[in-house]
Design a protein around this ligand. Structure first.
Ligand code: ADP
Ligand code: MG
Length: 547
């Protein structure tokens, strides 16, 4: 078929651009199959979409590279990165990862075969077919890519090392609960990044070193024994002067729900997979969420067990974020003073003198972290350099001093005072109206992303800027597809709670991998956790919750 494809393209040279459409379908190249899945309407439209399927006997992947689901994901991720390098300087592109290793639609391994999804800008002279250019791309670049990817797959050493690193990180995370930990930061880890806009490691950074009292040794399948700081379940406070590395540590913990590529510096930073970063998010919408643990007796008289607003304040948005994280399912909250609403975090004695309990609708988080742990099993890791109030409730206090961690729990304890215990009512489990989760716009599905900030879902835009644990643009599309699946396939059926629907989604993702989200979507997408799916659902401005 390769020659037939070349002939076909040459025959359309100079014809109107729309003739490219006749290339749609399968082309058997012998060692692989090229499927032209979608052809752009003109040279300026989004790229055409290709699927390249390399069967197992050509791919020659050794069993250890793909039989296990973790290694399969790692190998696919590695091959996508290789493919991206090969395609540099061509008209074709493949979606591949940043510093995290995430299941993505652009490269999948099936029964030992490799599936690659590419975007290609079919060349035109104005609005006419440029046959030479198209032949070069489809009959040159694509077979070259297949050669390079297959060669890489066979070049076992690098791919194996990559998968080993990923497998170790997964194993480390799996050990946390059994060790009574919410996170682990290996000695020697490099936490700071090159800059505020780069996720690459900082050069010359002070490597992480664990304080002896929190040091834990873990045995991993490939690296063997590693030591590092284990952050125990409970309430852990991270203190220290400004600029001493507190937020950097917390950011690393946020990202610790993902695996990182070799050389990243955070390969052996692992956080419980359900950990959620909490922050204030003024202006967000809230749909019938129970924020009564934090907010009571509003001057408006609103019932805060069933609280809605189109424009939340800093404190109510943060309260809703916590309630919704618990509803979606989490065992760890990650909180940084830099991005919280102060009045929800602390209230000092003098302010309590001046503004009495019945005038102040807010219960500060400091009175709720212990009940959260006791009543709901939710631990908290909190960065707080500005107030000692949290000494009263912390199980562990870690001080960062010029980027070095010290255990200062004992000193902090001598400064602690008894505190009242507020109690934390179980947040309500809501039932969403599936009709209010609609991806159609003008009769067609519309799921699009604007950078990492906005997901266009049907007729509405979802603001994702403050969902801290989204790390990859393809995840934005993944979120849209997950919402669509929830509604269209009736996981949200008007009776199940949001959490129950997310359980079903998890089961699908577990069994089928990320491509269960696809449903004919032409673009690239990547895995998203249920916590981010819930976050997107809760920010959907059309969402309606039933009684
Ligand atoms: P804090 O939250 O305590 O004010 P940050 O975490 O924001 O401090 O860190 C302050 C600066 O120090 C940042 O520019 C960060 O990149 C840098 N930094 C953090 N950790 C390290 C480290 N281990 N080695 C070198 N620089 C670091
Ligand atoms: Mg900070």
């Amino acid at each position: 078929d390769a020659e037939r494809l070349e002939d076909e393209i040459r025959r359309m040279d100079g014809a109107s651009y729309g003739r490219y459409r006749s290339l749609g379908g399968d082309w058997d190249f012998g060692g692989f199959t090229l499927t032209v899945e979608r052809v752009q309407a003109d040279p300026f439209a989004p790229p055409s979409r290709l699927l390249v399927r390399i069967p197992a006997d050509t791919a020659g992947l050794p069993g250890h590279a793909w039989l296990d689901p973790v290694r399969r994901r790692a190998t696919a991720d590695h091959l996508a990165r290789r493919a991206r390098r090969v395609l540099k300087g061509t008209r074709s592109r493949i979606d591949a990862g940043g510093q995290q290793v995430i299941d993505r639609s652009s490269c999948q391994i099936r029964e030992g075969g490799i599936h690659l999804r590419l975007g290609v800008e079919l060349p035109g002279h104005g609005r006419r077919v440029d046959a030479r250019g198209a032949v070069r791309e489809l009959c040159g670049t694509v077979p070259d890519l297949v050669d390079a990817v297959v060669w890489e797959a066979l070049d076992a050493a690098e791919a194996t090392a990559f998968a080993d690193v990923v497998e170790d990180a997964v194993a480390l995370r799996a050990r946390l609960a059994g060790l009574g930990l919410v996170a682990f930061v290996a000695d020697g880890a490099v936490l700071p990044r090159a800059s505020g806009v780069s996720d690459l490691p900082m050069r010359g950074a002070v490597p992480f070193a664990s304080p002896e009292s929190l040091r834990v040794t873990v045995s991993l399948p490939h690296r063997g024994e590693v030591t590092g700081m284990g952050i125990p379940e409970g309430v852990t406070l991270i203190v220290g002067g400004g600029f001493h590395g507190k937020s950097t540590l917390l950011h690393a913990l946020e990202r610790g729900v993902y695996e990182h590529v070799p050389g990243d510096g955070r390969e052996l930073v692992a956080t419980r997979s359900d950990a959620v970063k909490i922050r204030a998010e003024e202006g967000r919408r809230v749909e019938r969420t129970d924020v009564s643990a934090f907010v009571r007796n509003l001057p408006t008289g609103a019932d805060t067990r069933d609280f809605s607003t189109d424009n939340a304040s800093g404190s109510t948005s943060q309260a809703a974020n916590i309630a919704e994280a618990i509803e979606a399912g989490t065992s760890v909250l990650l909180v940084d003073e830099d991005t919280t609403a102060t009045n929800l975090m602390v209230r000092d004695a003098r302010m309590q003198e001046l503004v009495h309990g019945d005038r102040e609708p807010l219960t500060p988080f400091v009175d709720l972290v212990r009940p959260l742990r006791r009543d709901h099993g939710v631990s908290t890791v909190l960065v707080m350099g500005a107030s000692g109030d949290y000494f009263d409730v912390a199980d562990h206090v870690v001080m960062l001093d010029a980027y070095r961690a010290r255990d200062v729990t004992e000193q902090a304890r001598t400064l602690a005072a008894p505190r009242r215990d507020a109690g934390f009512p179980a947040p309500a489990h809501r039932v969403a109206d599936p009709a209010s989760v609609d991806d159609t716009a003008r009769g067609r599905s519309r799921i699009k992303r604007r950078d990492m900030d906005v997901l266009t879902f049907g007729e509405t835009d979802i603001d994702l800027r403050h969902i801290a644990q989204l790390v990859d643009p393809a995840q934005v599309v993944g979120l849209g597809l997950a919402l669509r699946l929830l509604a269209r396939e009736r996981l949200l059926d008007g009776r199940r709670t949001v959490a129950e629907a997310l359980d079903l989604l998890d089961a699908r993702l577990d069994a089928e991998g990320v491509t269960c989200l696809g449903g004919g979507h032409p673009g690239d997408y990547a895995f998203v956790r249920r916590q981010e799916v819930a976050a997107a659902l809760n920010r959907l401005r059309t969402l309606e919750v039933r009684d």
